[in-house]
Design a protein around this ligand. Structure first.
Ligand code: ASP
Ligand code: MG
Length: 457
């Protein structure tokens, strides 16, 4: 058995859905399970519609209706659509009317609302597959064991899923049915619809693959795999052949938004390989994510950057030989509900970075009680993902480059995860630093250059 997940742009219209059917057919002998996202940008459109209903009291689902109705027509599945797709569009409209009238949108309602995207796409795709000679069934994920906690908008699957999912899925594939399952959504124990966070259908797919002990989870995107850098920034960025789960997770956190950050967790537990493939270019090998890499791999897998970080420098001689000082510092951040990204400490100073671009004056006031505080905004975190056992080599090369560019590195931290080295530079320096690092660690091949298509998620 394998799991194949197709993201929004891979099921964006009738033509793309036909193309998915072709890809599935080539692997039908491997007993695939499909996980789908909402069509195209439907999730965004649903959120925008909710916003309008809430703020302006208007109901506008034209874009969503048009896309889905047009697709149904082009795929010639109108009969099936009458039964199970049109009623969903009606239900969606009623919900938006409700929101527009009461002018209230709780997180619970929000999850119920965005769930329509995936519920529509699986029904359309499964109906079409049946007309195209693939025996398929559409499933809302809770029908195949996806139960989560009630943490709406970023719910976690409960541990019983590990048992429930295979119990439901495996009999289907054994019967020769292709289950087409909604990604991204689940239900809590009270049958409220929840979502696993934006981009969460990756996690739905890796969860099915891990729980069912599948051969592999294939995540079909619109890029040739995980890239060595952001292609908008670095023209010569190219797909990485193989990375470890840790590296892939780290890349997701640090700006290379190819996979959902939590998506690695289930397959990491079971050692199930995850393959990132391009549905627009199925012949490309893609990126394989596995437990550990062979000896021959280079020191660096990818280089990412994240702008708009804030650097907080604390200096206090009271730190010297004291216990509990750090606790005071971190509890201050916790009180202000600020999440700290990077930390570096010395005997008398601490530097940390925050993602927040909000007003930090009250934080500064509180921290000033225990240390002298300097807060600088407009910083960028440059992250090198790779084999930190080779950190000396990586650091020498990276800092040499910064020196040549005349860039001052303002803080360094080597992640305990053993795969990331991050440092801080000014926002306006980050682009050049990333480009130069990429040129050094991934020199452009002179002939037969790999091409990487960037673009939609
Ligand atoms: N449709 C959802 C989103 O756009 C989930 C996903 O695509 O993974 O975030
Ligand atoms: Mg999407």
């Amino acid at each position: 058995m394998i799991v194949m997940k197709f993201g929004g742009s891979s099921v964006a219209n009738a033509e793309r859905i036909r193309h998915v059917a072709e890809i599935v057919k080539t692997q039908i002998d491997r007993k695939p399970v499909l996980v789908l996202s909402a069509m195209g940008d439907t999730t965004d459109h649903l959120l925008e519609a909710a916003d309008e209903a809430l703020k302006k009291g208007t109901v506008s689902i034209n874009r969503i209706e048009e896309l889905h109705k047009k697709t149904i027509k082009e795929l010639k599945i109108s009969a099936a659509a009458q039964k199970e797709i049109m009623p969903l569009l009606e239900e969606l409209r009623s919900l938006l009317v409700g929101i527009s009238l009461i002018r209230e949108l709780t997180v619970r309602t929000k999850d119920y609302l965005v769930s329509f995207g995936e519920r529509l796409s699986v029904r359309i795709a499964a109906s079409y597959f049946n007309t195209a000679g693939i025996k398929a069934g559409a499933f809302d994920s809770w029908k195949v064991g996806f139960i989560s906690d009630s943490n709406f908008t970023s719910a976690e699957l409960i541990k019983e899923c590990w048992q429930l999912i295979p119990e439901k899925i495996i009999p289907l594939t054994e019967k020769g049915i292709l289950p087409v399952v909604t990604g991204f959504i689940a239900q809590d124990v009270n049958s409220n619809i929840t979502t696993l966070g934006r981009g969460g259908s990756d996690l739905s797919a890796t969860m099915i693959a891990a729980a069912c002990n599948a051969e592999e989870a294939q995540v079909w995107k619109d890029v040739d795999g995980i890239l060595t850098a952001d292609p908008r920034l670095v023209k010569t960025a190219r797909p990485v052949d193989t990375v470890t789960y840790e590296e892939a997770a780290e890349m997701a956190y640090f700006g290379a938004q190819v996979l959902h950050p939590r998506a690695m967790q289930p397959c990491m537990k079971t050692g199930t390989p995850v393959l990132v493939k391009n549905s627009y270019n199925p012949g490309a090998p893609g990126t394989r994510i596995i437990g550990s890499l062979g000896k021959k791999t280079g020191p660096v897998r990818a280089i990412t950057s994240r702008k708009n970080a804030t650097l907080v420098d604390l200096v206090s001689t009271r730190m010297l030989g004291q216990s509990g000082f750090l606790e005071g510092v971190f509890s201050t951040f916790a009180r202000h509900q600020l999440s700290v990204d990077m930390v570096a400490t010395s005997e008398v100073s601490i530097s940390l970075t925050l993602d927040a671009a909000r007003d930090l004056s009250s934080l500064k006031k509180d921290l000033s009680q225990i240390a002298s505080v300097d807060i600088k905004t407009g910083k960028a975190i440059v992250t090198i993902i790779g084999d930190v056992r080779r950190s000396s080599e990586i650091l020498v090369r990276a800092f040499k480059i910064c020196q040549l560019l005349g860039v001052t590195v303002q803080m360094v931290s080597q992640g305990a995860s053993k795969v990331n080295i991050s440092f801080i530079v000014d926002d306006n320096e980050a682009g050049d630093v990333v480009k130069a690092l990429h040129d050094d660690f991934f020199p452009a091949p002179s002939i037969g250059k790999d091409s990487a298509s960037g673009g939609r998620a």
